[in-house]
Design a protein around this ligand. Structure first.
Ligand SMILES: Nc1ncnc2c1ncn2[C@@H]1O[C@H](COP(=O)(O)OP(=O)(O)O)[C@@H](O)[C@H]1O
Ligand SMILES: [Mg+2]
Length: 255
């Protein structure tokens, strides 16, 4: 049986004034699929993720996640611009993890996870606390729930950020170079957590330079170059036997 894709990206164009950053992106991601996005700096990877989360407005095309559109709603069979509450509702189903953790520095690990649950999801303090503790346990940090970010390593901070996103029970998780800011010895613990999230069936789009992670965890890998998806295939196909010269050239410069 075939399922409709959870994420459909169709002919998406994004400009920053004169600069065309996304030049017609078409991409489907199936429910439960892990898609790794690789490519040189400036090729548009972050912009694409930000468009999926509607942190950026697209200039044409559309992005659909499950039954909702980024920045748009269907009325009488036509796409209209979404209002604030519809955008908030859309974003509720998407978790995002950034290179620079973006934790609240004045809040403990536990409070960083509960705040969205009470403020956005409307859970009671008690419910939020229980769910946040479980989320921190899932990333192996239950014992550090009372710690402030400054007392946590980069790897631990990133695991809190992942717990915070997962506690919101998203349908889709976006990761933008989640290990790029970490000291090498801290990369593994974050990748281990991400691997577990993938194994639990989460749909994930992961921008990464960690080729081993891509090879072992990704269902498919897409190579982005100059605002286009230059090549997409299974992890083994794209990484071991790339079709395009540009992909081969890029891969020869990463480990
Ligand atoms: N807010 C912005 N304003 C203007 N240009 C931007 C903005 N964000 C990104 N860009 C430009 O868009 C291009 C793609 O950037 P980005 O999506 O960050 O690439 P990547 O994540 O692949 O390194 C780059 O040329 C970058 O300078
Ligand atoms: Mg980027």
């Amino acid at each position: 049986m075939t399922h409709p894709p959870l994420v459909s990206i169709r002919n998406v164009v994004k400009n920053f004034s004169e600069l065309e950053v996304l030049k017609g992106i078409d991409l489907d991601v199936a429910a439960g699929e892990v898609l790794c996005l690789i490519g040189p700096s400036g090729s548009g990877k972050s912009t694409l993720l930000r468009c999926v989360n509607f942190l950026e407005r697209i200039d044409s095309g559309y992005i659909r996640v499950d039954d909702q559109f980024a920045g748009a709603v269907v009325k009488d069979g036509v796409l209209h611009e979404a209002g604030e509450s519809e955008v908030a509702r859309y974003r509720q189903h998407i978790g995002m993890v950034f290179q620079h953790f973006n934790l609240f520095l004045h809040l403990t690990a536990l409070e960083n996870v509960t705040i969205g649950l009470t403020k956005v999801r409307g859970l009671t303090k008690r419910e939020a606390f229980d769910r946040a503790r479980a989320a921190l346990a899932d990333v192996g940090l239950e014992h550090l729930q009372g710690s402030y970010p400054r007392h946590l390593s980069g790897g631990q901070q990133q695991r809190v950020a992942i717990a915070r996103a997962l506690a919101m029970e998203p349908k889709l998780m976006l990761f933008d170079e989640p290990t790029s800011a970490l000291d090498p010895e801290l990369v593994g613990e974050v990748l281990t957590v991400m691997r577990r999230v993938a194994e639990a069936g989460m749909t994930m789009i992961v921008v990464t330079h960690e080729m081993r992670f891509a090879r072992e965890v990704a269902d498919r890998v897409a190579f982005m170059d100059q605002g286009r998806i230059a090549e997409i295939g299974s992890a083994a196909q794209l990484l071991d036997t790339p079709n395009s010269e540009r992909t081969r050239n890029f891969l020869s410069h990463v480990d």
